[in-house]
Design a protein around this ligand. Structure first.
Ligand code: HEC
Length: 228
């Protein structure tokens, strides 16, 4: 795998499993303090529903995209506020990467690459409940489509793997640890690139209308991750 992720994952997952139990307990408490978008007590645990493909965000207004030119950044504006150039350069295992090997999206003539499309599904199944539909944020948790423009890829990964708790906040908000949840962790890059595409406005709200086919390479990588 890229970036020596396996090594760091071992360290992260053992920590994450400890943090997970604690954060789930706190998440249950946090439900009392928020009314708009209370997280389910089991958020981050197994979330078996993620594989079904039925995204809870389905009811959010899906814009009709067919034929329309995608609204987006100008050709030259491919550098994020955090300094990262998101131009897709290489493809590996059915996913696109920039010149530095950081995952990115590729949208051509309104057709979304498969990983970005899958990121929409995974986000909708696992993150939407707290972070709001389409990465837009909620009263409970920040707008991730903006977070990814500011955070770098590794910081994003670390927060998702280990979780985060704003101890100074009166609201007692909790970001669960997902490092041991394969339904999240095997698709973390997909969720990331989906949020990038949302943050740059390359991808409109709702379910992407047109997507590339799932490649054999993608399927093979997915199978090996899910069976680890
Ligand atoms: C149980 C509710 C909940 C779920 C589910 C959840 N989050 Fe969070 N997340 C939060 C809260 C609350 C924060 C803010 C924590 C803080 O600031 O201390 C947060 C913060 C984050 C941050 C840091 C954002 C920033 O701007 O600093 C990232 C990245 C993140 N979440 C990613 C995800 C992803 C990806 C998923 C789905 C796999 C997810 N979260 C699911 C509640 C949740």
């Amino acid at each position: 795998m890229k970036f020596g992720r396996n090594d760091s994952m071992k360290a992260i997952t053992s920590l994450a499993s400890l943090v997970l139990a604690a954060s789930l307990a706190t998440a249950a408490l946090a439900q009392d303090t928020t009314t708009q978008t209370p997280p389910p007590a089991e958020a981050g645990a197994g979330a078996a529903a993620a594989t079904s493909g039925a995204a809870p965000a389905a009811e959010s207004a899906a814009p009709t995209q067919g034929g329309e030119a995608p609204v987006g950044m100008a050709e030259s504006a491919t550098t994020l506020p955090n300094g990262m150039d998101i131009t897709p350069v290489t493809q590996e295992n059915g996913r696109w990467y920039n010149a530095e090997g950081i995952p990115t999206y590729k949208i051509e003539n309104g057709v979304v690459d498969f990983a970005t499309f899958n990121g929409f599904r995974r986000y909708s199944a696992e993150c939407h409940v707290c972070h709001g539909p389409d990465g837009e944020g909620s009263t409970y948790a920040p707008a991730l489509k903006e977070s990814v423009l500011r955070m770098d890829y590794y910081d994003f990964q670390e927060v998702v793997a280990s979780g985060k708790q704003d101890v100074n906040s009166a609201a007692n908000l909790v970001m669960p640890a997902f490092g041991t949840n394969k339904n999240v962790w095997c698709y973390i890059d997909d969720i990331y690139v989906y949020l990038l595409a949302r943050g740059t406005d390359e991808l409109p709200r709702g379910r992407p209308a047109e997507r590339a086919d799932k490649s054999e390479e993608y399927t093979a990588q997915e199978d090996s991750c899910m069976s680890m």
